[in-house]
Design a protein around this ligand. Structure first.
Ligand code: NAD
Length: 384
């Protein structure tokens, strides 16, 4: 099979822009993928950020004006990783320019912004847009998802998805755009990290019907550019308890989305417990998946047992990596891109895909309901 050349442009050459550039250079690790992406253009308003991309010889255009990148007819796919308040305009312009888009979370600063992007997709023939969320592409996470889909849980009792950071434990960390409502959005940490905790539940069909939000703004000031403390007005941590349904039966679904989770650097966890089975995975022990079963223990009898299984290296798209080897964050990014470009080529099939625009728009409704619930202290139903 001949892979189709896909010319990629990046808008926003910061933390994530560089990560994606590196993932595209690892593309030969994928076996028989239908796409052959090459990074050809990068835009950042900060010329210093563009310098990093000089090391990538396929890049033929660097610019500080994103409209120049969008006007380039040879660019097929654009990845955008900029501040949340800029998403709406840049995403809509990219869609209208006829480019496929891998958008960064939270897909607009709020519900109205997300809805405006969804409307632009509906108005643009052939538009293909997905949203970034890489943690479910860890092999162990894929196993956990497949386990749930197998029906082995029986009646679901409860499920949890968590994203736990600890970078903000350092109160001397300077204020940046992610810690200011005007740039990050009202939903704070939920805008920043909530896609990580909702991608898998929503893909499993677990839409929260009623929810209780518990939000914390723990660090209320951070040093500004000259060291003077300035307001840090975003939510740091958010726990959402909700009712969802699996096979027609209600169960408790909890998400924890935290910037201040001491001891956790970038931990994504998923757990689902049912009457006949259970499954747990955490990126803290990225090889290990735990499954629950009632088993025959020799000499003892039938007992409840959590068992640990090593997941190996293979995720959504096969790679040349030995199947028993370990997987990490950059592998998950590569797999997310493999899923995105395979889906664009119509070749993803039943495999797990990146977040769809309708799912991203739904997360904003969940976040708004969580804020309302927190403020009113009552269970709230997300808007439809
Ligand atoms: N998927 C993930 O795991 C993950 C991780 C971190 C951040 N993100 C998301 O990625 C996005 C960017 O976050 P980041 O950490 O890379 O931010 P960052 O601040 O490191 O980088 C953003 C870059 O965008 C540039 N920029 C600002 N305005 C621009 C414009 N008009 N045109 C072009 N470039 C512009 C900035 O100069 C900067 O270099 C956010 O939506 C964030 O939520 C996702």
């Amino acid at each position: 099979m001949t892979a189709q050349r896909v010319n990629v442009g990046i808008i926003g050459g910061g933390l994530m822009g560089r990560e994606i550039a590196a993932a595209i250079r690892r593309w030969p690790a994928l076996i028989d993928h239908p796409a052959d992406p090459q990074l050809v253009a990068v835009c950042d308003i900060n010329p210093a950020a563009l310098e990093w991309f000089d090391r990538i010889d396929s890049v033929r255009l660097t610019t500080t004006d994103y409209t120049e990148l969008l006007a380039d007819p040879d660019i097929d796919v654009v990845y955008i990783a900029v501040r949340h308040d800029l998403h709406e305009q840049l995403y809509i312009d990219t869609i209208r320019a006829g480019k496929a888009l891998l958008a960064e979370k939270p897909f607009g600063i709020d519900r109205n912004a997300a809805d405006a992007v969804v409307a632009a997709i509906a108005q643009t023939e052939g538009a293909f847009v997905r949203v970034s969320s890489e943690m479910p592409f860890f092999p162990g996470a894929q196993w956990a998802i497949d386990y749930v889909r197998s029906g082995a849980l029986g009646r679901v009792v409860e499920a949890k998805c968590a994203f736990l950071h600890s970078g903000d434990l350092d109160v001397t960390k300077p204020l940046n755009w992610k810690r200011q409502k005007q740039f990050c959005g009202e939903a704070g940490v939920l805008n920043d990290l909530g896609m990580h905790t909702w991608h898998v539940p929503l893909r499993l069909g677990w839409t929260p019907e009623r929810l209780l939000g518990l939000l914390q703004d723990i660090v209320t000031e951070r040093p500004g550019p000259d060291g003077t403390p300035l307001p840090c007005d975003t939510w740091d941590n958010a726990v959402i308890h909700s009712w969802a349904t699996h096979d027609g039966e209600p169960f408790v679904l909890t998400t924890e989305t935290k910037r201040i989770a001491p001891g956790e650097k970038n931990t994504w966890e998923f757990e689902a417990i049912g009457m006949s089975g259970g499954v747990r995975f955490s990126t803290k022990n990225p090889k290990s998946v735990e499954v629950f079963a009632i088993v025959d223990v020799p000499g003892i009898g039938r007992e409840q047992s959590w068992q640990r299984v090593d997941a190996g290296s293979q995720s959504v798209w096969p790679t040349v990596t030995g199947p028993n080897f370990e997987s990490g964050f950059s592998d998950a990014i590569l797999q997310m891109w493999a899923a995105f470009l395979a889906e664009r080529a119509g070749r993803l099939g039943e495999r797990f895909g990146t977040v769809r625009p309708d799912e991203a728009a739904l997360t904003h409704r969940i976040f708004a309901a969580a804020i309302a619930s927190h403020e009113d202290g009552v269970l709230t139903t997300p808007a439809s």
